[in-house]
Design a binder for this molecule. Structure first.
Ligand code: A2H
Length: 254
């Protein structure tokens, strides 16, 4: 990876209901009062209004880590270790693992998505999630992320193959940011313009991702939420702060 530090916002998506596979694997491992949170790492906190689902890598191994008596985080071991040296856990360098699961075990989990127009979203599989980046959990904002857009389209098209309900991948995509070049659904526009057919079209997706990020950051304007009317470059830190102040997110760096 490149030089320097990547500053992410780690969002807390509280579990409302586990699928059967996860329930069995977790039985007896968590106190009944425990709140478990999926913790996606994002570079675009200002887009969190548009979350429609949250991705895990189906073949990635994850842990559930105890933060306090009633708060537990779902993320990769690697991320938990990093967090343990960023004062996320009460004891420096310690990240107690209470359970281990595969991404595929948690597909279908119902979680609360802070700030999103969709209060409850599903955990869905994304084959291109990297185990070695962020927390291994990626919240999906198909209005502004070409990767997320290509993935939700593919999931809806092949729901049966992925073992999910089609409607889990078809939550409405709400415009959050407007840019002069790509309108108010930047990701969809770029995916169409670059004729991207699948989440595996790595090269054009990388190009779309760069372009969406630059145009959004430098020329984008918020058209939804508390900071409607403000430039994205300003709203980014305001939304981040508001999520952290509400206890719905924390800083995570690597
Ligand atoms: B971003 P960088 Cl709206 N594997 O959040 C694959 N992708 C990952 C990941 C992993 N392990 N961990 C994080 N990411 C994604 C929002 C977003 C993101 C939007 C637009 C672009 C965008 C909603 N998804 O990222 O390689 C996360 O998706 C494009 C830069 O560390 C995270 O921010 O630069 C971003 O990639 C981190 O990418």
């Amino acid at each position: 990876e490149g030089v320097g530090v990547q500053e992410y916002t780690a969002l807390k998506l509280k579990v409302k209901e586990w699928p059967e596979a996860a329930q069995k694997l977790l039985s007896g491992k968590l106190p009944s009062s425990a709140n478990v949170y999926f913790v996606p790492a994002t570079l675009r906190p200002e887009t969190m209004y548009g979350q429609t689902c949250c991705f895990v890598g189906p073949n990635i191994t994850y842990g559930i880590f105890k933060v306090t008596d009633d708060e537990y985080y779902f993320c990769s071991d690697r991320a938990a270790r990093n967090m343990a040296f960023q004062s996320v856990f009460p004891e420096w360098g310690v990240f107690p693992k209470v359970a281990e699961l595969q991404g595929s075990d948690v597909v279908g989990t119902l979680v609360n998505a802070p700030l999103s127009v969709h209060k409850e979203v599903r955990i869905l599989p994304m084959e291109t999630v990297k185990a070695t980046k962020g927390t291994g959990v990626v919240t999906s904002v198909p209005s502004d992320s070409p990767d997320d857009y290509a993935t939700v389209m593919d999931l809806a098209k092949k729901a049966e193959y992925y073992g999910i309900k089609k409607e889990w991948a078809e939550l409405e995509i709400i415009p959050i940011i407007e840019t002069p070049k790509y309108g108010n659904l930047t990701a969809a526009t770029l995916v169409k313009q670059l004729k991207i057919q699948s989440p595996k079209d790595a090269k054009p997706l990388a190009e779309a991702k760069d372009e969406a990020y630059k145009e959004g950051f430098y020329n984008g304007k918020m058209i939804y939420g508390e900071f409607k009317g403000k430039p994205v470059s300003e709203a980014k830190n305001l939304v981040r702060k508001s999520l952290i102040d509400a206890g719905d997110a924390f800083n995570y760096a690597e």
